[in-house]
Design a protein around this ligand. Sequence first.
Ligand SMILES: Cc1cc2nc3c(=O)[nH]c(=O)nc-3n(C[C@H](O)[C@H](O)[C@H](O)COP(=O)(O)OP(=O)(O)OC[C@H]3O[C@@H](n4cnc5c(N)ncnc54)[C@H](O)[C@@H]3O)c2cc1C
Length: 596
Amino acid sequence: MPSYRAPLKDMAFVLNDVLRLEKYANLEGFAEATPDLVAAVLEEGAKFCENELQPLNLPGDMEGCTRHPDGSVTTPKGFKEAYRKFVEGGWPGLTMPTEYGGQGLPHVVGFAFEEMMISANLSFAMYPGLTAGAVAALHATASDEIKNTYLPKMVEGVWSGTMNLTEPHCGTDLGLIRTKAVPDDDGSYAITGTKIFISAGEHDLTENIIHLVLAKLPDAPEGTKGISLFVVPKFLVNPDGSLGERNAVTCGAIEEKMGIHANSTCVLNYDGAKGWIVGEPNDGLKNMFIMMNAARLGVGMQGLALSEVAYQNAAAYARERLQGRALSGPKNPDAKADPIIVHPDVRRMLMDARAFNEAARALAYWGGLMVDLTYKAESEEERGTADDIVSLLTPVIKGVFTDLGYLNATQSQQVWGGHGYIRESGMEQFVRDARITMIYEGTNGIQALDLVGRKLGQNNGRALQAFFRIVGDFIKEHGDGEMAAFSEPLAAALKDLQAATMWLMEHGRKNPEDAGAAAVDYMHLMGLVALGHMWGQMAKAALDRLADGSGDRAFYENKLKTGRYFMRRILPETATRLAKLRTGAEPLMALDADAF
Ligand SMILES: Cc1cc2nc3c(=O)[nH]c(=O)nc-3n(C[C@H](O)[C@H](O)[C@H](O)COP(=O)(O)OP(=O)(O)OC[C@H]3O[C@@H](n4cnc5c(N)ncnc54)[C@H](O)[C@@H]3O)c2cc1C
């Protein structure tokens, strides 16, 4: 059976030594988030994830969700009870707005809890994850009446949320949406259409499900400019807040799928269901993007969290499994074989995952901190820079973390040899669960296009310049002594990224297919630089702690060893990415479509 231990020490290192959360104590929500309080919250969270959620992960995968003839859906055994404990523990409102009953802790702390939940049980974590995204979108864009009707119960966790974009003929290209919204005399709208692949679309965990639905008004312009956002509850809500009639939205089917079996993926049929518009007519895509951006960071976190749990199980197996002898001579002479962790190739798979996980955690939490600063930083300039960084890094975190999360899950499975292919090991579940993260919330190819086509050029490249400045300043300030092993490779990687950016500016404008061909390599190149920058910051923090003699020496020395591995064996991939993207579209487009 697989296991999971929350990496609390690594989390505390990022929050306290690298990001130094205490620096932000003057900001709303941060004053309460003292290192002691955060440690206590995460310790409790770890217990919940390790003891309640993780044991349900493998059985939940085997049992899956069940749809009944009346359209209701039940989650696997134990999920309802675990969700009840999740609500009783106050976990849904951890970072949510205080005016609606949340605890208002910084998002960066919420990110750490989210990582643990996903590592323990991705299918479970998706139910509250979607609710959190729906709360963010409603909080930012809905009328007070809608907010007062829905948010308190969603923040409490007794109602959940969903996101309804996809239709049978339209996934990436949302301009093709057909679902209709026809105004009624009472100010509501009648929503009619079919949405597919709706995560958590129907289940038995909450009393009500609040669907956020994209649909078109009768006179809407064509394409993405004619989409509006609606809130459509499963049960209508009476003026006193109690639940009323069942709305005309039903689950027509749940999908049989490769992974995340314990999360219900639903076909939802809207048959004149009552809905209310959120924000202005035809502004729906912009408003839904608030949910999608939050969800994209959350999906990036899924890549990291699955890579972490897969790595933990691979490392444990590698220390126990006896096969062959170390190339340098027996390490376990009393037995007939050495543990496989002695083999350099097994080390390669473990180190690749570990070096990614530790840097990705720092980058994701830094992203979480930037989300907080976007709203809470004191000056407009700081808020603007934080917003620029979040916007630039969102597609990178989503795309790169999930590509590498999947790769690390398969590499960790590989460490288990044939036993990793057997269901009971749990390793193949990590691979299957990780696979969807590269697809939903916009495929990774689309993330790369978002980065190259929209984010780079936004506000005349302001966000990119800010990113270059932050990394460049770090390199300049930390070029000497032991830090040279980090800043020199980072400088080379940054140069590759700058050269790739120049190439894109030169060629992408002239030939958009060159930009399209380069996008995924560019996204990975930027991801490598961002991860390398995090290793630089972690190395600096570890060296400082070693110099002042405080804390666990072995922990900081291991940080440095893992960081050097990243700098020497992973970061140089920026050169390959640069070389590939410079070939442009020609090699990709050379064959006639008929030749495929
Ligand atoms: C398990 C699961 C859960 C999901 N949950 C939800 C949910 O809760 N809510 C929701 O609304 N949707 C959900 N989805 C839908 C998901 O977001 C879409 O499947 C995804 O965005 C891709 O859309 P598509 O499947 O229609 O693929 P398509 O859009 O048909 O794309 C097919 C391929 O073509 C590529 N492609 C398409 N257009 C372009 C382009 N312009 N340039 C370059 N490449 C392109 C894509 O990258 C992809 O590789 C879920 C899907 C699954 C499988």
